[in-house]
Write a protein that binds this ligand. Structure first.
Ligand code: 3H9
Length: 694
């Protein structure tokens, strides 16, 4: 075996030259890998003992893409283009042997080979759009030449991979190899030689472009079909333009156009933020004081207390991950209702074609309901999801402590209460943790995990691993009122309310935040969540909020009652501004002695977003969040902050912390000390640093 570079080796195995990439963790196309593959091809071409070549990867996956850590650094030859060109030009058939995930530059590399074979569990895709870029090494030019334009449009603009059997069906791979992949790929390569099959250069193939050449309207239709989903994103449009170029231009010109469109995105703020977020998400899974090799508790079964909306949604995550769930309710009626809703949700997913009937049946077979708390005595983890009341939670945790086996994790889904206090009622506070799911719990990706002063490292490590197993993105935070997500949300809500008292209307505030990229503004969100929930909390705490209270006193609890801050006519979910609400607001302003004024969109945006940033700085300073990027992960996955703006903390870095501080100080002068910049924010700004340096 010859080492071509540190990460790539070449060996003649009989009459097949085998190039092996071995660059953990995901064989990304760093300089050493690119140079190695090119060198391997040159070695195979020059090796008279071999008549074909196989490109295979060691470890858990085929090449998972360009090395994202190299982005923004000066390019080093050979470029991926040169590597792919060398493969296409090789005088012997080159076969890519794909396992794991051939993604982005990885799939582009495979498309530069003359043939591709794959293991049955392999996946292939071009996910660049998720990083705010486009496939920049010929992917937009070659993929449509293999699978046709409609499918290429779908794959490249969604970034979603397809499985091996689909890849076989559409001709993206030639054979699925059961058993040893490398041996299968070698046998396939020998067959190509023996049967005298051509050295297929995808760049020469034009047949699959014919359909789009005859029907250029297909692009306009496609644009329309994804417009809502891709609102404000720049990358999908450039992806489409690049595929249009594949159809309209000869291959070399198409490549040039792809390059221009790629560079345009690469230099933009959106892709910078999206790449930042890729690493933020992976960082969030790591807790500095919990070593990687911390022993994990084996989670085989789960118990969920409460079959309401949250409990049911949480249960679905576990069921889908193949973990049996016992769900507990106080009455048979509530239990039956909860289970019926779970079934209804699954049935809806099946009817939309997003789940098979078999998968649904399998999930439901793992679900047991009970009204007897004792039935969960043997589960490995319990998640309590009853309503927010400290006394009720304490009572439940006292019982759980008595019932559950030693070593079981006792988690609460509270979104506000002090989990130290909850843990203190048990004899095992080190096994108590917060697992704050977001509604709808079977859909939202975020799991805000809350460590108490006593939570053990092993419980934390287990819950971080568990999150990944059930398809969630975790972020570990500390105990404080509202934890990270809702504490920041609260600041925004205060300002939204203040803005409508001073002169704006709900539709003004909501429009500005929607245009900024959030899925909806604070008032539409309140109507969706139900205004009665916060009303009851306010009543419990003896607090008042004149506008919100007046709206609730009219029974306007939001979408579910057909009216809230907006009207929802005939069961519609579309908010319509309502003069009744405007009257309530005008009266509230008058009662408060406020002379209403015109408020600009810019002021609305700053007044809503800057207090969030300031609160984020306080959260960091207090050590409630480990990193600024964890706060961003929470806001993107928990509240729909647009990923192309990275998260509130990344957005602050983008604006410049000195600018944020300047505006906060101006507001402080105008409106008082509520606006005083957090000391950490002031310090970073004065040192010319960003939150990422904190
Ligand atoms: C591209 O290809 C552009 C081209 O068109 C060419 C243009 C010229 N680079 O996710 P995991 C690290 S753009 C560098 O936890 P999993 C990751 O940070 C690229 N590092 O594992 C993590 O590091 P750490 C297109 C990468 O098993 C570790 O690997 N490709 C890269 O859950 C494990 O990652 C993509 O967008 C990379 N490309 O999932 C694919 N990928 O341990 C991106 C991963 O220090 N990658 N790392 O935290 C993925 O989707 C997942 O990582 C994958 C594995 C599915 C492969």
């Amino acid at each position: 075996m010859t080492a071509i570079t540190e990460f790539v080796s070449y060996e003649a195995e009989g009459d097949v030259g085998v190039i092996t990439v071995d660059s953990p963790p995901v064989n990304a196309l760093s300089f050493g890998v690119r140079a190695g593959i090119k060198g391997g091809i040159e070695a195979a071409d020059a090796d008279s003992s071999v008549s074909s070549v196989v490109l295979v990867c060691a470890g858990r996956t085929f090449i998972a893409g360009a090395d994202i850590t190299e982005f923004g650094k000066p390019p080093k030859a050979p470029s991926l283009h040169e590597v792919i060109a060398a493969m296409e030009a090789c005088s012997k058939p080159v076969v890519a042997a794909i396992h794991g995930t051939a993604l982005g530059g990885g799939l582009e590399t495979a498309l530069g080979c003359h043939y591709r074979v794959a293991s049955p569990t392999a996946k292939v895709g071009l996910p660049e759009v998720k990083l705010g870029i486009l496939p920049g090494a010929g992917g937009t030019q070659r993929l449509p030449r293999v699978v046709g334009v409609p499918m290429a449009l779908e794959m490249i603009t969604s970034g979603n991979p397809i499985g091996a059997s689909k890849a076989l069906e559409v001709g993206l791979v030639s054979e699925i190899i059961d058993g040893d992949l490398k041996e299968g790929a070698k046998a396939f390569a020998r067959k190509v030689v023996a049967d005298g099959l051509p050295l297929v250069k995808i760049s020469d193939q034009n047949d699959k472009l014919k359909e789009a050449r005859e029907n250029p309207g297909m692009f306009a239709d496609f644009r329309k079909s994804i417009a809502r989903k891709t609102r404000n994103f720049e990358a999908p449009e450039n992806c489409i333009k690049a595929i249009e170029a594949a159809v309209e231009l000869p291959f070399p010109d198409g490549l040039k156009r792809e390059r221009e469109l790629f560079m345009e995105l690469m230099q933009g703020e959106q892709s910078f933020s999206q790449r930042y977020f890729f690493f933020a998400e992976r960082q969030a899974a790591k807790i500095p004081d919990v070593p990687k090799d911390t022993p994990l508790i084996d989670i085989k079964t789960a118990g969920i207390i409460g079959a309401g909306t949250m409990g049911g949604g949480i249960a679905m995550n576990f069921l889908q991950a193949g973990i049996p769930v016992i769900i507990v309710e106080t009455t048979q009626e509530a239990l039956d209702n909860g289970i019926a809703i779970i079934k209804k949700n699954y049935a809806a997913t099946v009817s939309k074609g997003r789940m098979s009937q078999d998968a649904m049946d399998k999930c439901l077979s793992l679900l047991t309901g009970t009204t007897n708390l004792e039935d969960i005595k043997d589960v490995d983890i319990v998640i309590e999801a009853v309503f927010e009341n400290m006394d009720v939670k304490k009572e439940i945790f006292t019982k759980l402590d008595a019932i559950c086996k030693d070593g079981a994790i006792l988690a609460t889904n509270t979104s506000t209460l002090d989990i130290n206090e909850i843990g203190a009622v048990t004899k095992r506070p080190e096994y108590v943790i917060g697992l704050h799911f977001f509604s709808p719990a079977n859909v939202m990706k975020l799991l805000e995990e809350v460590r108490t002063d006593k939570t053990s490292k092993s419980v934390m490590a287990t819950c971080m691993a568990l999150a990944k197993r059930i398809g969630k993105v975790p972020a570990m935070v500390g105990v404080c009122d509202g934890f990270v997500g809702n504490r920041i949300l609260h600041r925004r809500a205060e300002q939204a309310t203040q803005l409508i008292l001073e002169g704006a209307l709900p539709q003004d505030v909501d429009r500005v935040l929607y245009d900024f990229g959030l899925p909806m503004g604070p008032f539409a969100m309140a109507d969706l969540a139900g205004n009665d929930v916060s009303w009851r909390i306010r009543q419990g705490k003896g607090q008042k909020s004149p506008i919100a209270d007046a709206i609730c006193e009219l029974g306007r609890f939001g979408q579910k009652t057909g009216a809230g801050y907006y009207l929802y006519k005939d069961g519609s979910r579309t908010p319509t501004p309502d003069p009744v609400v405007e009257d309530i607001i005008l009266k509230a302003s008058k009662d408060a002695g406020i002379e209403r004024r015109e408020i600009s969109d810019e002021e609305i945006l700053k007044r809503c977003i800057y207090p969030m940033i300031n609160e984020g700085a306080k959260i960091l300073e207090e050590g409630i969040a480990t990193r600024a990027s964890d706060i961003d992960v929470i806001w993107v996955y928990g509240y729909g902050w647009p990923i192309y703006r990275g998260g509130p903390m990344r957005y602050a870095d983008y604006i410049g912390l000195d600018n944020v501080v300047k505006t906060l100080r101006e507001y402080q002068e105008q409106y008082g000390d509520y606006w005083k910049p957090a000391p950490l924010l002031e310090r970073l700004a004065s040192e010319g640093k960003t939150f990422q340096d904190a």
